[in-house]
Design a protein around this ligand. Structure first.
Ligand code: FAD
Length: 381
């Protein structure tokens, strides 16, 4: 493999595949490489939630700077759902996108108060959210436990099938001429006067521009051109139940504890939310933590008692992005031609809008969203 291209995209997750789709659709010559198989990273292992609301446990635990970063990112979260809706019309095949609304449930007065404050903060950033309780909640979600006293409702939240979405993006990008190469790890990146030479496991690519879409591993790619990116891997797990009759309509999360729950098109329920899994620091091998599976499932049954007789089929782990809560987007100052397309930790939700903004910048258009605050400059050495 010894090829030339205009743009080399490193990483075949939702971010890289979306960037390939948008750039190729705009007539840009694109090559995408992945060290493994396309979509086998976090993008093919996630829980399929389309989020908008701040996730409470992350929001509560973060520093003041991180909380502000997450609030600053809310308008992007709100716009992300619209980009997925456009993609579901543009891509061939049903990506099972359903904007069914999301309920973040409270079981105590303290949790209700927290949600009310959070809703006010989110409304200030333009998010369509409101509190529901009493008869309104029982009518909206009769499947919730009596112990749930109220919820914050975001009508724009929902779910989609990430595997079908990746396949649709790859087909779309290829139709516009993008070339994909699997099993090609980027080893070194040399900067020349007019571009870059990427040395791969088993090949070489000369290109004018590079897009770093390596998700949790993007700091390693940035380091190859001397840039420090504040992104770390974060190992989390999810599980899926057997198929069952319709039980849960919405995306259900919890006001304090780690939970995301939804029923997907084939009838299975995906239970997740970000419970930790473990990773071997030497081999990168992932292990599901059984005690966290039990705690995750117990919480799901506590909130939706109808799940008590449904069996969990399997659990899996994946490596997500850990950052300050904002994506890293755009050309890196001081390294012309080197772009970041690293979404937030709700990266299934935000990767397409992030990639589209980067593609707009690369094709010389005014990005349709102010990406100044997502500049990598905040992490420059
Ligand atoms: C269990 C789990 C559940 C989740 N649930 C949700 C959810 O419900 N909703 C939501 O919005 N988000 C969710 N997420 C987060 C979301 O999946 C990720 O944030 C998102 O997929 C990141 O996409 P990405 O394309 O940036 O990275 P990835 O999907 O990780 O892709 C990066 C790719 O880069 C490749 N790569 C890395 N280094 C190199 C190299 N040197 N050379 C070549 N290729 C390289 C990797 O092989 C990988 O394929 C979840 C994540 C996990 C793990």
């Amino acid at each position: 493999m010894d090829i030339e291209t205009d743009v080399l995209i490193v990483g075949g997750g939702i971010a890289g595949c979306s960037a390939a789709y948008y750039l190729a659709r705009d007539g840009v010559e694109v090559v995408l490489i992945d060290q493994g198989e396309v979509g086998r990273g976090a993008s093919g292992r996630n829980a399929g939630s389309l989020h908008q609301q701040l996730m409470p446990f992350i929001f509560r635990e973060g520093s003041a700077r991180e909380r502000q970063a997450r609030v600053d990112t809310l308008p992007l979260m709100a716009a992300a759902s619209g980009v997925w809706q456009e993609l579901s019309r543009e891509l061939d095949g049903d990506i099972e996108l359903r904007v069914v609304g999301g309920l973040m449930v409270a079981e105590t007065d303290d949790q209700m108060a927290f949600l009310a404050d959070k809703a006010a903060l989110e409304q200030d950033q333009g998010l369509d959210v409101h509190m529901v309780s009493g008869n309104e909640l029982r009518t909206l979600a009769p499947y919730l436990s009596e112990a749930v006293i109220g919820a914050e409702y975001a009508p724009g939240e929902g779910k989609l099938n990430p595997l079908k979405a990746i396949a649709g993006l790859v087909r779309g990008a290829k139709r516009h001429g993008a070339r994909f190469f699997e099993g090609r790890q980027l080893l070194e990146l040399e900067r020349g006067r007019t571009g870059f030479t990427a040395l791969l496991a088993g090949g070489r690519v000369r290109c004018r521009r590079v897009v770093n879409a390596a998700g949790p591993w993007s700091a390693r790619i940035a380091a190859k051109v001397g840039v420090s990116l504040a992104v770390e891997p974060n190992c989390v797990q999810s599980g899926v139940t057997e198929r069952t009759e319709p039980v849960v309509d919405h995306l259900v999360c919890h006001a304090e504890k780690i939970l995301s729950l939804k029923q997907v098109a084939n009838g299975g329920l995906i239970i997740g939310g970000g419970w930790p899994a473990s990773i071997d620091p030497v081999t990168n091998g992932l292990t599901v933590m059984a005690e966290n599976v039990r705690a995750n499932v117990a919480l799901a049954c506590q909130v939706v008692p109808g799940l008590r007789n449904v069996r969990l089929l399997r659990s899996w782990a994946g490596v997500n992005i850990r950052s300050d809560g904002k994506p890293f987007l755009g050309e890196i100052p001081g390294v012309p031609g080197f772009y970041a397309a690293v979404p937030t930790d709700a990266g299934l939700t935000t990767a397409p809008i992030c990639a589209r903004l980067v593609a707009e910048q690369m094709t010389g258009r005014q990005p349709s969203f102010d990406i100044g605050m997502f500049s990598v400059e905040r992490a420059a050495p």
